[in-house]
Design a protein around this ligand. Structure first.
Ligand code: MRU
Length: 349
C-alpha cells in the first residue's frame, strides 16, 4: 500500500487515497489548499494518527506554496493556516506534533525567504514521511518477536499502511511476522461506527496474503473465553507520559477483557505518538464525531429519528492493562513513566 499519500511538486497538490470508499472503490481526493487538507482530515478521507502526521507535513507545504510572496502578510497567513491544520482533529497528537516540528525549523531560520521556506518544508515533509515508513519497519521487526508461528491475534480499528506513511504499526508487526516466516491469523474487529477494521484492515491484510477473519466488536469476550485469541495488538493515537494510551473507541473494553482472560495486550506506536505534555489519560482530548456516523450506514438510516447518540471516537486504556508498548526505538516495559521518558530522549536520533 505504497503512495496512498502523494505530493506532486509540479501540480502543487496533495493526492490522498480516499478511505471513505474503500474497499469497493479506489478514488483520489486532491488537496490544493490547506482548507482541502483540513476537510480531508475531518471527513476521514485520510485517518490514523501517523498518516495524519505525514499529511500535515505536506499540508504545511501547501500553506506556504499557495501564498503570494509579494503580500507583506504572507507569513501571518501561513501561521494562521498552520493553526487550523494542527487543530483539524484533536486526539491524534501526530498532527500537532508535525506542525510544531515544521514551525520549529521556520523559527530557527526566521528570516528565510519564501522560496527557501517552500523548499525546506518540502524536504522536511518528505523526511517525515520516509521516517514514518522506516520507523514502522523497525517497529515491525521488534514487535514480531513477541508472536509465535500459528498464533491468532486480535486487532481493533486500522493501524496499517493506510493509517501511516505506508507500512503500518500493528499491521506492520503482522507484515514483519510474515516476512520472518510465521503464520499469524488476525482477527479484525469490525470497529463501529466507521468500520475501519471490517473495511480497511481486512482489505490490507487480505491483499498481503495474511490470513484475516472479521469479527463483530461485541464478539471479543466470546472469542477470548473460547481460547480463540492468543494476544491483542492495537495502534495508538496518543500515549501519555505514564503510558495511558488513547486509541479507537472500544480498545479500553478489549484491554479489560484481555486482562480477565490472561491474554497479553500490546500497543504498537511510533515515538511521534508519545505526548510528554499529557501526564495521564485525563489530559488527552477525546474527539466526538457527528451523530450521523452512528445513526446511518452509508446513506441508510438505521436508528429511529430524533434519538441522541454517543459518538466518542476514542477511549483511553490505562497503562496497567498494557503488557508492552512496541516502538521503533525498542520494546517498552512497565513502569512506562521511566521507559517512555528514556525513549523520548532518543526521539530524533
Ligand atoms: O478515527 P481514526 O480512524 O483516525 O482512528 C485511528 C485509530 O484509532 C488507530 O488505531 C490509530 O490512529 C493508530 S494508526 C497506526
Amino acid at each position: 500500500m505504497k503512495n496512498h499519500i502523494r505530493y506532486s511538486e509540479s501540480e502543487q497538490a496533495l493526492f490522498l487515497l480516499d478511505q471513505r470508499f474503500l474497499p469497493e472503490q479506489e478514488k483520489w481526493f486532491v488537496c490544493r489548499r490547506v482548507k482541502d487538507v483540513v476537510e480531508a482530515i475531518q471527513t476521514m478521507v485520510i485517518r490514523g494518527a501517523p498518516a495524519l502526521g505525514v499529511t500535515a507535513g505536506y499540508g504545511c507545504c501547501l500553506a506556504v506554496a499557495s501564498q503570494d510572496p509579494a503580500d507583506p502578510e504572507w507569513q501571518k497567513i501561513v501561521n494562521e493556516k498552520l493553526n487550523r491544520l494542527a487543530k483539524a482533529r484533536p486526539t491524534a497528537v501526530n498532527l500537532s506534533h508535525t506542525v510544531a516540528r515544521m514551525r520549529g525549523y521556520w523559527k530557527a531560520d526566521a528570516d528565510i525567504g519564501f522560496r527557501d521556506l517552500c523548499w525546506m518544508w518540502l524536504q522536511l515533509a518528505k523526511d517525515i514521511h520516509l521516517e514514518d515508513i522506516s520507523g514502522n519497519k523497525k517497529m515491525g521487526r521488534i514487535g514480531e518477536k513477541l508472536f509465535q508461528d500459528g498464533q491468532t491475534v486480535m486487532t481493533h480499528c486500522n493501524a496499517g499502511a493506510l493509517a501511516t506513511g505506508g507500512y503500518g504499526t500493528a499491521l506492520g508487526v503482522f507484515r514483519a511476522a510474515k516476512s520472518a516466516g510465521k503464520k499469524i491469523t488476525v482477527i479484525a474487529n469490525e470497529t463501529r461506527p466507521f468500520l475501519q477494521g471490517a473495511r480497511l484492515t481486512a482489505y490490507e491484510l487480505h491483499k498481503d496474503g495474511i490470513p484475516v477473519k472479521i469479527a463483530c466488536d461485541n464478539a471479543a469476550g466470546l472469542l477470548m473465553v473460547r481460547g480463540l485469541v492468543d494476544a491483542v495488538l492495537v495502534g495508538a493515537d496518543r500515549i501519555a507520559a505514564n503510558g495511558d494510551t488513547a486509541n479507537k473507541i472500544g480498545t479500553y473494553s478489549l484491554a479489560i477483557l484481555a486482562r480477565e482472560h490472561g491474554i497479553p495486550f500490546y500497543v504498537a506506536a511510533p515515538t511521534t505518538t508519545i505526548d510528554p505534555q499529557a501526564m495521564s489519560g485525563e489530559d488527552i482530548p477525546i474527539e466526538t464525531r457527528p451523530a450521523a456516523e452512528v445513526t446511518h450506514i452509508g446513506e441508510c438510516r438505521i436508528t429511529p429519528r430524533d434519538i441522541p447518540v454517543y459518538n466518542f471516537a476514542f477511549d483511553v486504556t490505562p497503562h496497567h492493562l498494557i503488557t508492552n508498548i512496541i516502538t521503533e526505538k525498542g520494546l517498552l516495559e512497565p513502569p512506562y513513566k521511566q521507559s517512555l521518558d528514556a525513549i523520548l530522549k532518543q526521539r530524533y536520533q
